[in-house]
Design a protein around this ligand. Sequence first.
Ligand SMILES: *Cc1c(COP(=O)(O)O)cnc(C)c1O
Length: 463
Amino acid sequence: MTKTIRYYSTNRNLKGVEGIAPFTNRVSFKDALLQGQAPDEGLFMPDTVPQISYEDIISLRGKPYVESAMLVTGAFLRDEISREALEKIVNDSYNFDVPLEKVVNRKYIMRLDQGPTASFKDFAARMMARLMSHFRDKGKRLNVLVATSGDTGSAVGEAFKGVEGIDVNILYPKDEVSGRQKKQLDTIGDNVHAVSIDGKFDDCQDLVKQAFSDPSLEHLNFTSANSINFGRILPQMVYYFYAYARLCEDGEKIVISVPSGNFGNALGCEYARRMGLPVKKLVMPTNENDEFPRFLKTGCYEKVSPSRACLSNAMNVGHPSNLARFFELYGGTVDRMGKVHKYPDIEAMRKNIYSVSISDKITKECIKKTYDTYGVILEPHGAAGWRGLEIYLEENGNFSPCVSLETAHPAKFPDEIIELLGIAPELPDSMKNIDKREGEPVELPGDYEMFKEYLQDNLKVTE
Ligand SMILES: *Cc1c(COP(=O)(O)O)cnc(C)c1O
């Protein structure tokens, strides 16, 4: 019998920090999923990392993606969900391709851009949505509230579309999203509602926060679906196993490069190695927000504040939210503000992880060179990943096999690709019809009383 996995808070040891009462209990996956964040604002971590045998890993060879998803997520969830229910969730979540494209020799790009919003976030958001539907209290509706400044909102919205027992309201700042983003958010439809707020992104976030902490709205059964939910980390462990099984011979190790912002994706790879995947090195390129590569070099952590606006805009993060989990895994503690309470074992980190900052200039050069030399089209996030891998290999000696992640579809960056390559990549089928879709948002002022009235009048409580 293996031990049942429980989830603890990264802040459980913080003593004497103002405003934080450490949460020292452990909770089930279900509670970690539905609460999102620990009551002390820490991040939930599993107290045991389940092991996957090498035989099981290579038995994935030639099998479809859903087999990898069953093996990896099942290792965490088997005490809390039946195999049949998990199979349904996994099959429903992963109904799109996961291409591995050869660049040169045994170096590959894994394209995680074939989901409904052409971003790797679809992998995590789709599975989390279905897990929430499974674990919610039956008979009660779950109401997801999200504030977005653009892309995350649509990935979350699309992920929950049509999912049983859950309604989603996405708040966005009326004048701060692009025309295309607005169209994408307004027209998801079904159980997903767009709310256009006359205010800024911060106002949207404040409205959501106030609603969450308003006792008179407790009956509405809110949840946040935010990016630090462990339910979003778990699905991000899967594709590393899938790539290994497809690309590696018996006994080989693999180098994996993950373009990184809030470090949730790279954290999936860190867990995959701890579960038994033979990873030689986890390469974590960042853009010009270089707090992490600087930390690995100097041993001293200093966040970048305010964060720098780079081409790879989903990686514009000056203090990655999942850094707390990386620190924890290596014996350290850092809080939400970026203050280090205990430094991790940096030698152990350096042994497993390599990081490098890729400037916008180098990102652009890489997009052009990779296309001219290999005929492979990358967008800015994937280019940071690929160039980071090349630099690692230049500094440490050539090595194969390697895989670098492409986290968005190049067609989402038409201006850069046309400027650099002179071609316009075609949108994936999932995104081709957005211009033809129809739908209108609810329009509200940035005022809490009005927002509250909207919630009370429109949100459903029972199924
Ligand atoms: C969110 C995102 C990233 C960064 O992933 P993290 O898990 O936050 O490190 C990279 N590329 C794209 C396209 C993204 O949307």
